[in-house]
Design a protein around this ligand. Sequence first.
Ligand code: A2P
Length: 330
Amino acid sequence: MKKVNIAVVGATGMVGRTFLKVLEERDFPYEKIYCYASKRSAGMKVKCKGEDIIVEELTESSFDRDIDIALFSAGGATSEKFAPIAASKGVIVIDNSSHFRMHDEVPLVVPEVNPEAIWQHKNIIANPNCSTIQAMVALKPLQDQYGLDRVVISTYQAVSGSGVKGVTDLEEGLKGSTETLAYPHPIANNCIPHIDVFMDNGYTKEEMKMIDETKKILNDAELKVTATAVRVPLYDCHSEALNVQLSKEFEIEDIFKLYEAYDGIILQDDVSNNVYPLATTAKGTDDVYIGRIRRDFSIDNGINIWVVADNIRKGAASNAIQIAEVLINR
Ligand code: A2P
């Protein structure tokens, strides 16, 4: 692997810290690493591969040094302003915000699914929405083998997806507080069918992200996709029920074989022994767990699947770093 210089933007945040952890765990071959956050965090220390790194304030001159790849997770407004500045200086930005995802000239990439799209980049590559990423890993083998007619995604999303405020709402809510920082209602003891803002069409922005991003990543603008996104009182890992109508007939055993052979997927489906994907299994890993595979008898060529992944890792930091690995391994 080629050694490169890396920048982490938003290094003090939940995803930013996970970038550092995953870079270390995967022994990503960087030569130098620079960490940026807001002015408030300037001077703070973070750690990667045993080295203390001083966090610097992100400014317009942050990319005037020799940086090859910048991993951004500091919110859409920061990406909107600073990713183009970095890109104009020759840095390849891998951006975790939703800001650039639907831009025509920006590839939206899940490395197991559409790695070839990476090479269309003009120095900005977008990391998809956390719920979209794990759904894509589950859908791609089905699309390749049978074609997809329609997909219904129902999510059960953990509070870590809302950052520190979401985690605080659950922690304090479990102690009896009804005050909230991240949500319009207490998350403790509730499933809240409301993630991000409501759009004019009655969907939430999170649901529309899943719908639009799915079509872009699977390169099928005509694919019928719908989604319901729900926040649930879990700290980590998103779970999803996928209901899929395939374009061709299938045998259920062949679906098992397909998933068994697929990179990045762990098949856990042995219901007679109560084996199926759980958040507690997926936590801390970079894989997508698939199980509860069963025929949907109510439609032609229908199938139901349960999909679980770590939303901060595969749904954010690890997916971005896997994109960076593809870039440096060319
Ligand atoms: P800071 O800690 O200094 O506020 P999270 O998503 O967990 O809230 O993390 C957001 C990350 O983005 C943090 O590292 C935060 O830094 C960083 N960030 C937020 N706003 C800015 C900004 N205007 N410029 C640079 N970094 C920012």
